[in-house]
Design a protein around this ligand. Structure first.
Ligand code: PLP
Length: 391
């Protein structure tokens, strides 16, 4: 089956990289062999030699990822963090990078504690668009965007940032971590950026049972450099994990759409509640970057992530998050099951209070990852937990 360029997202999700094998298997077999027979020295029978360099399941997944991100090329890694590491490892020694301030904690850690050790220096900014022109230096090689941000869900105008960067120096790579939206809601490469990365652990796999990372690009030279590093560093996903993620992404459009529709209802409810101080959700008309959301996200959908400040401080946040029935108190996001967490003491606990509050992460902030349980049941769960927290 050959996909057409006119095929829509759902068709690509089901069929991209889903090749029928010589037995006619509708679902690809899991290819565990680490090595592949050659007919003569340096003459492999097919396209595979050794499973770190390439494996059939990984290749199929990479093809599917490229298709969903409207990219020429895709690559898969053992985690989202390994993907970030390989991208930053590709920068020459002495490079400078600019990153949005409230980037994923592990990305911040890699920039400041690992990349700096090989001479890559990073500047963080909470106002990328405004400060970019003054932050870009002669040795700036990369700009890192995450949109929406975690956990306050600020949205960046990707097209505008990319244009601003390229006007200053067209060789600076612009990278978008698209984990929070998934390729269903947004395709950053359409806005001209060089590279999109994901923690597929979240929405792309969607079942909270695999840690894996992916990237996609239209730049063949960049792809070849990153593919070289994928093999040289060896942070590759297993055939089974690749297979699971490929299976998971076939329902990405259904899961993300449903989560976003329910999240909109919950966010609207929270916004009206007198027990809530503030709601951060890109799907709300009141979101400060709503115009960018409408331009940048499919159907203006806000995604499955919400954060809100509850009245009553840290105590109320703790009470709320231990009172839900369906939302499980746990880190991570993007699975079929609803989760919640209190960033100030969980995912963002390592950040000094002052710095954390400067980007909106107060002690009373609760983050919801809305799953695909019944909308009414989830709404009721939030209502009941708010009541419990008020007591
Ligand atoms: C989870 C996450 C990562 C890291 O991915 P892992 O698969 O956990 O290594 C990177 N970026 C974002 C936005 C994430 O949520």
């Amino acid at each position: 089956m050959v996909l057409r360029s006119t095929d829509k997202f759902a068709t690509k999700a089901i069929h991209a990289g889903a090749h029928i094998d010589i037995h006619g298997s509708v679902i690809e077999p899991i290819s565990l062999s680490t090595t592949f027979k050659q007919s003569a020295p340096a003459q492999p029978l097919g396209e595979y030699e050794y499973s770190r360099s390439q494996n059939p399941n990984r290749k199929n997944l990479e093809e599917a990822i490229a298709s969903l991100e409207n990219a020429k090329h895709g690559l898969a890694f053992s985690s989202g963090s390994a993907t970030t590491a390989v991208v930053l490892q590709s920068l020459p020694q002495g490079s400078h990078a600019v990153s949005i301030g409230d980037v994923y904690g592990g990305t911040h850690r890699y920039f400041t504690k690992v990349a700096n050790a090989h001479g890559v220096d990073t500047t963080f900014t909470n106002d990328l668009l405004k400060e970019l022109p003054s932050l870009i230096k002669a040795n700036t090689k990369l700009v890192w965007i995450e949109s929406p941000t975690n956990p306050t869900l600020k949205v960046t105008d990707i097209e505008l940032v990319n244009k601003t960067v390229k006007k200053i120096n067209k060789d600076i790579l612009v990278v978008v971590d698209n984990t929070f939206l998934s390729p269903y809601l947004s395709n950053p490469l359409n806005f001209g950026v060089d590279l999109v990365v994901h923690s597929a652990t979240k929405y792309i796999n969607g079942h909270s049972d695999v840690v894996l990372g992916v990237l996609a690009t239209n730049n063949t030279e960049l792809y070849e450099r990153l593919q070289f590093l994928q093999n040289a560093i060896g942070a590759i996903p297993s055939p089974f994990d690749s297979w699971l993620v490929h299976r998971g992404l076939k329902t990405l459009h259904l899961r993300v759409r449903q989560a976003a529709l329910t999240a909109t209802k919950i966010a609207e409810y929270l916004e009206k509640s007198n027990q809530v101080v503030a709601v951060n959700y890109p799907g709300l008309e009141s979101h400060p970057d709503r115009a960018v959301v409408v331009k940048q996200h499919r159907d203006g959908l806000g995604g499955g992530m919400i954060s809100f400040r509850i009245k009553g401080g840290a105590e109320a946040a703790a009470k709320f998050s231990s009172s839900t029935r369906l939302f499980t108190l746990a880190e991570s996001l993007g699975g079929v099951e609803s989760l919640l967490e209190v960033p100030a003491v969980m995912t963002h606990g390592g950040i000094p209070k002052e710095q954390r509050e400067a980007s909106g992460v107060y002690d009373d902030l609760i983050r919801l990852s809305v799953g695909i349980e019944d909308t009414e049941d989830l709404l009721q769960d939030v209502e009941e937990a708010l009541k419990a927290a008020a007591q």
